[in-house]
Design a protein around this ligand. Structure first.
Ligand code: CP
Ligand code: NVA
Length: 323
């Protein structure tokens, strides 16, 4: 059987390496800058790198923003998005993650997936690399990381503070040190933005997380005190206390996170006019009060829109050298 190859596309890859993006640090600091620049570029001025090509969007979990922003980003680059529910392809139930990836790569220029287990993405990317198939795998959220969200969040911070201004601001994340926190903290560190994280004991970052974030040079303060984290911060960020896949832990988490709600009293301790950020979906009255998420300082809808611009930049980057 003749192996399917794409010599034109392979030639476009930097150093011949496929640009998988499973976590935001896969971009490297320079790549992150390139993606942000592409995201900010007039869509009409972007090369239509997906012209006539498919992009697979596999979802093992629900999504509003990620699915819609990804579909629209694919269309903006001339491509055809194909939405696939996890149960349809049955990763590791109907067939292996490797076989799903190899199959989708027969039709698509990029394979994007939202998965229960981050290791699934690693096996998909590994299978494509082992077979020398130059189709990038992009993480649309896993239990470990949410790189597409972090890119959109950096875009939002820069729109408010400017590129250099953002490096003099601090972003305080109050809540679960989860997938959204990990990618945000990494991306901020790569971009030189100082961050703080406040989580209840047992829900904070691991030593490995802290070391990785700091390895990019960014300042990171870790605490169990939301007041310490929020005081004087230029942005307050939070996310749900119970992520998708953790539903069985909901009661324990509600108890553990008491006192970590981003509400009016916490916001009052932040810098005047501090931004309020949330990746959404939000649970008003749990991790954030309705008055704060729907208030004047909230930029959550700007973050949501930026998901589309960020994805356009990311897809352009994985399919073509950025410069
Ligand atoms: N923020 C985010 O990823 O939203 P969805 O789960 O709706 O895609
Ligand atoms: N931490 C949340 C983010 C949802 C966009 C989750 O994984 O469910």
């Amino acid at each position: 059987m003749k192996k399917r190859v794409e010599p034109m596309m392979r030639g476009e890859m930097t150093g011949g390496a496929t640009r998988h993006v499973l976590e935001v640090d896969d971009l490297g600091p320079d790549g992150l800058e390139e993606v942000l620049a592409l995201a900010e570029r007039d869509p009409a001025a972007l090369p239509r790198t997906l012209e006539g090509r498919g992009v697979a969007l596999v979802f093992e979990k629900p999504s509003a923003r990620t699915r819609n922003s990804s579909e629209m980003a694919v269309v903006a680059l001339g491509g055809h998005p194909v939405y696939i529910q996890g149960a349809e392809v049955g990763i590791d139930t109907r067939e292996t993650a490797a076989d799903v990836a190899r199959t989708l790569a027969c039709y698509h220029r990029v394979v994007c997936a939202r998965v229960m287990d981050h290791g699934t993405l690693e096996r998909m990317a590994g299978a494509l690399d082992a077979a020398d198939v130059p189709v990038p795998v992009v993480n649309l959220l896993s239990d470990r990381a949410h790189p597409c969200q972090a890119i959109a969040d950096l875009l939002t911070l820069r729109q408010h503070f400017g590129v250099t201004g953002a490096r003099e601001r601090s972003v305080a994340y109050i809540g679960d040190a989860n997938n959204v926190w990990r990618s945000l903290a990494l991306a901020a560190s790569m971009a030189g933005i100082p961050t703080r994280v406040a989580s209840p004991s047992g829900y904070g970052p691991t030593e490995a997380d802290i070391a990785l974030v700091r390895s990019f040079g960014g300042d990171l303060v870790v605490t169990t005190d939301p007041i310490e984290a929020a005081s004087g911060a230029d942005a307050l960020y939070t996310d749900v206390w119970t992520s998708m896949g953790q539903e069985d832990e909901r009661a324990a988490r509600l108890a553990a996170f008491a006192g970590f709600c981003v509400d009016e009293s916490l916001l009052a301790l932040a810098a005047p006019g501090a931004l309020v950020m949330h990746c959404l979906p939000a649970h008003r009255g749990e991790e954030i009060s309705a008055g704060v998420v729907d208030g004047q300082q909230s930029v959550v809808w700007q973050q949501a829109e930026n998901r589309m611009h960020a994805m356009r930049g990311l897809l352009a980057w994985v399919t073509e050298v950025a410069k």
